[in-house]
Design a protein around this ligand. Structure first.
Ligand code: MG
Length: 386
């Protein structure tokens, strides 16, 4: 039998704001990449031949492209409810006509690698139209009724995760048939339409990111996955030329001179870019962005740093910590340090507790002491999957 055609539908249309203000949770940064980007790359690793469609909120096209970059899977607009969004996504797959479809929540970035094959095996074995990952509940359960907490029999209680897998035609028909009925997952939709469903073992790592505490747990899972710890080092110097401001660590500081260079001459971000490249054995900034290339004339150096970070992400790694030391007599760095930390944290999608910017003088010794230019040292701790 030839391999089944598998499509994956990632539901990323939610507006969940329990994490606080700002972006919906699927677009929140999690160690350098949005939650949704982690989910997409997990799906790609688990099912390299599967076609992926993301259902996104209406009007979210720009934030979606920004989050996933040029490798973004195709996307379609979601509906009013999760169910409407899934149905839209399934309808949009009609030309692909997959044998099986996995329906997954963007807010569960982990565990797909372990779950996907169990689901497909359950469907291929025959007898079921749908399968979902489930875990038995180890805790005692109580139900709140009128202020009392009544015990609930725990035996046989499972909690259900995603992705959930289905034969394509039957689940599409089930969604059309149950349109408008409120159900919490696709397994319930399948069941309501009379499809045969089963559970396979889920994975403790397949947590759903809903609260700020979940983000902390997700971070711990990622860090534990990346046990190959690398430290890279970078160094850069730019000379002063005429001008009235300098760009340092992504922040413009007024000064009696400017830094000369092909790009914006941000010596701090250049050293940091080299540190990240060094940690993954990817040569140096000049190899990736040759000074002879007119594209980089006057370029904002955050593009270089983003590129280095994207090479780490491509390896499914994380930048865990960065530390930059600026060496100059002037301008004074200290008043601008918080802005620099915030800027680097923003570029790298990291918490500010993982970014350090320091400054020192050389006691008027050497070229920095003579105020001929600014030097920067940086280290980056990068973690890769072992
Ligand atoms: Mg440079």
């Amino acid at each position: 039998m030839s391999a089944p055609r598998v499509s994956v539908l990632i539901v990323a249309a939610g507006r969940g704001t329990r994490l606080g203000e700002g972006l919906p949770k699927q677009y929140r940064p999690l160690m350098g990449r949005p939650v949704l980007a982690h989910a997409v790359s997990q799906v790609r690793r688990a099912l390299p031949d599967a076609s992926i469609t993301c259902v996104i909120g209406t009007g979210d096209e720009e934030v979606y492209r920004g989050a996933l970059g040029p490798q973004a899977p195709k996307s379609i607009s979601g509906g009013e409810t999760r169910q409407d969004s899934v149905r839209n996504g399934l309808e949009a797959m009609s030309e692909e006509m997959p044998d099986f479809v996995l329906i997954h929540d963007a807010a569960r970035p982990f565990g797909i690698d372990r779950i996907a094959n169990r689901l497909l095996e359950a469907l291929q074995a025959g007898g079921f139209d749908g399968a979902a990952p489930g875990l038995e509940v180890p805790d005692s359960l109580r139900r709140a009724i009128d202020g009392a907490f009544v015990p609930v029999e725990r035996a046989g209680i499972w909690r259900v995760q995603t992705p959930q897998a289905f034969r394509y035609q039957p689940i599409l028909a089930a969604h059309r048939q149950t349109r408008g009925a409120a159900m919490t997952d696709d397994l319930s939709v399948a069941e309501a339409a009379g499809l045969k469903i089963t559970l396979v073992p889920g994975d403790e790592r397949a947590i759903k990111i809903t609260t700020a505490q979940d983000l902390v747990r997700a971070q711990a899972i990622l860090i534990a996955d990346c046990a190959d710890v690398r430290v890279g080092h970078g160094y850069d110097v730019h000379a002063f030329g005429s001008g009235d401001s300098v760009m340092l660590c992504g922040v413009r500081l007024p000064h009696s001179a400017a830094l000369a260079g092909h790009s914006d001459a941000d010596v701090g971000l250049h050293a940091l870019t080299d540190a990240i490249l060094g940690a993954i054995g990817e040569a140096d900034i000049g190899a990736h962005f040759p000074p002879s290339d007119p594209r980089w004339r006057g370029a904002a150096s955050d593009a270089f740093l983003r590129h280095a970070a994207s090479l780490v992400a491509e390896r499914n790694g994380i930048v865990a910590h960065v530390d930059v030391t600026l060496v100059c007599e002037a301008p004074k760095i200290a008043p601008h340090r918080p802005a620099m930390v915030a800027r680097i944290a923003d570029i790298l999608g990291l918490g500010q507790d993982r970014v350090s910017v320091k400054a020192t003088t050389t006691e008027r010794l050497g070229f920095t002491g003579r105020r001929e230019g600014i030097a920067a040292y940086a280290t980056a701790t990068v973690r890769l999957p072992a």
